[in-house]
Design a protein around this ligand. Structure first.
Ligand code: MN
Length: 231
């Protein structure tokens, strides 16, 4: 049997230092993973388990390409996040084995239609239209792990038009990367190609068409792009 029409290309992220593309399977996201951000959103700092949601794999935007301001929102928020890229997976992964599944790390932005998310929270509805929209996941190249050197501390930051909006340290994450992988694998069978956006620190704010956004995780990657209006 042949396909009824040509299938969409597999979303993929360049790998720095190597002439390779990382093919994206799924995009998982962690909510409420830095206590200062939980507080600014009006929540309690530590709850029983991480908040998970997802985005479609084709929500990524790569290679510092510009991002179109989305429809149906007047309050687009930036959330700078450490992104974990998996080269293998499984179910019920033990915390002590979790990092062996990590291919590399990147910096990404979890764009959020905050007005729609606020309505959804208020009405007990799902977050999908607030989180999983087109071009909602700009991402840098993935830096591969060398010599089992993983990252658990260092600056994570985002600026708009040169003005600092978010700055924190990865060590402030409530749920560490091994804890996230272990817990997520209890809900989903993780696979090679999965990306995990690990949550954002405080300082989220609205961004508008015309803004120049720069995101960075020190020692991992930088990401820079323009947010543009409808063309
Ligand atoms: Mn987020």
């Amino acid at each position: 049997m042949t396909y009824a029409f040509t299938p969409a290309a597999i979303p993929a992220v360049p790998v720095s230092e190597l002439d390779l593309l990382f093919p994206v399977n799924r995009i998982y996201c962690v909510g409420q993973n830095y206590s200062d951000h939980v507080k600014e959103m009006g929540g309690d700092a530590k709850s029983g388990s991480p908040v998970f949601f997802s985005k479609p794999a084709n929500a990524i935007v790569i290679e510092n390409n510009s991002v179109s301001y989305p429809t149906m929102t007047n309050e687009l928020h930036h959330e700078v996040e450490l992104v974990v890229a998996l080269s293998s997976g499984g179910k019920n992964i033990a915390q002590q084995d979790a990092l062996s599944h990590v291919f590399g790390y990147a910096v990404g932005v979890d764009f959020t239609r905050r007005d729609l998310q606020a309505q959804a929270k208020k009405n007990g509805k799902p977050w999908d239209v607030a989180k999983g929209f087109d071009q909602s996941a700009p991402i840098s190249a993935i830096k591969p792990v060398h010599n089992n050197e993983h990252i658990s501390a260092g600056t994570i930051a985002l600026s708009i038009n040169g003005e600092q909006r978010q700055q924190a340290d990865l060590a402030e994450m409530i749920w560490s990367v091994p804890e996230i992988i272990a817990e997520l694998s209890r809900y989903y069978e993780l696979k090679a190609g999965d990306l995990i956006f690990t949550g954002t620190p405080s300082g989220v704010s609205a961004t508008v068409a015309g803004d120049h956004i720069k995101a960075e995780v020190a020692g991992v990657a930088e990401l820079e792009f323009d947010l543009i209006g409808d063309v």
